[in-house]
Design a protein around this ligand. Structure first.
Ligand code: 5GP
Ligand code: MG
Length: 169
């Protein structure tokens, strides 16, 4: 099965290291993790179980992709955010490609809430991301230009349930 890029165990091991880092970095801070739906749900669920400091969660539906192409236009499925006064926000997404989704989402939180900080944590990030619209604070794995599915990532809403990440062909 050479299509498999990262096995479930590889992902869980890497997720543990990221959770350890978050536990250190946000010790004594009021942390809220935001799941960017739908792609981050599987990663998000595994990540929060490994976080041992006090924390809260929330979810935000965001989309920019159709099939294997970005539409270049970020749509939020929810308008009103909580105010998050005195809280530190960590946005969790499946993959940073152009960075457009996370940049627009970060700006939405900075403009519309009283959060003290807004950072992001991604499962995947593209190595040759020339755009550099945003640099996530935490990245589990870097990948090349291949379109991937599984572990929350979809092709037209299918394959999110695969327990590993594989290259879509
Ligand atoms: P960006 O706004 O950073 O260009 O794109 C981020 C979004 O594009 C991700 O949240 C994800 O929904 C989608 N995306 C980008 N690359 C891939 C990929 O290889 N596979 C899948 N399934 N989605 C992708
Ligand atoms: Mg998607």
């Amino acid at each position: 099965m050479d299509k498999i890029l990262f096995s479930e165990q590889q992902i869980l091991d890497r997720t543990q290291l990221i959770a350890n880092q978050i536990n250190q970095d946000y010790k004594d801070k009021q942390l809220t993790l935001i799941a960017i739906l739908n792609g981050s749900v599987v990663f998000f669920a595994d990540l929060i179980k490994k976080i041992t400091i006090p924390m809260q969660i929330d979810c935000l539906g965001v989309s920019s992709y159709e099939g294997t192409k970005s539409t270049g236009n970020v749509v939020f499925r929810q308008n009103k955010l909580q105010d998050f006064t005195d809280r530190h926000i960590l946005l969790v997404d499946d993959i940073l490609d152009t960075g457009l989704t996370l940049k627009a989402t970060t700006e939405k939180f900075l403009n519309e809430t009283n959060a003290l900080s807004v950072n992001s944590c991604v499962l995947l990030s593209r190595k040759n991301n020339k755009h550099k619209l945003l640099i996530p604070r935490y990245t589990a794995f870097e990948i090349s230009n291949e379109f991937v599915v599984g572990y929350g990532l979809d092709y037209n809403e299918e394959f999110r349930n695969l327990p590993h990440i594989e290259i879509f062909r």
